[in-house]
Design a protein around this ligand. Sequence first.
Ligand SMILES: [Zn+2]
Length: 175
Amino acid sequence: MKYIAHYPPALQAQVRTLMAEQGLGPMLLKRYPAAHAVRTDRALYDYVTGLKAEFLRNADPLSKVMFDSKLHVIRHALGTHTTMSRVQGSKLKAKREIRVASLFKAVPLEWLRMIVVHELAHMKEREHDKAFYALCTHMDADYHQREFDLRLYLTHLDAGGTRLWSVEADDALSR
Ligand SMILES: [Zn+2]
């Protein structure tokens, strides 16, 4: 259970029991009945810039926001954030991108929000430290619960569980 390996052992034991009883998927579906409707890169861009305008108005503008099907495995904290430097005339200009793993196309809105909040928080705080998580919970009061629930889903998939939400048609749409 690598996705929840850093949570307390007692909590992990509960999850293991729930999985043995085939109860994890149904529990998640009950808590999160539907997937969000942010289906395309364009819609994702609008969603991210909306949150940014609400909480981080003064941060650098985002040059690119997209779902990325190559972000397969959860690296870093489930997404990536890059600051690419590029020479423009004599100046180095920072180019901000947010890429969200394609897995997040078919999850509840709460989890999309959580990952976007995570990536936005990195625009101000580089490390995963206290200040970083304070900013995350400022943007999403349920941040930690959402991340845990998402990790439960990843654990479910990792154990061979089926996807709980699907948006097959949308994959074709955004290609
Ligand atoms: Zn991070």
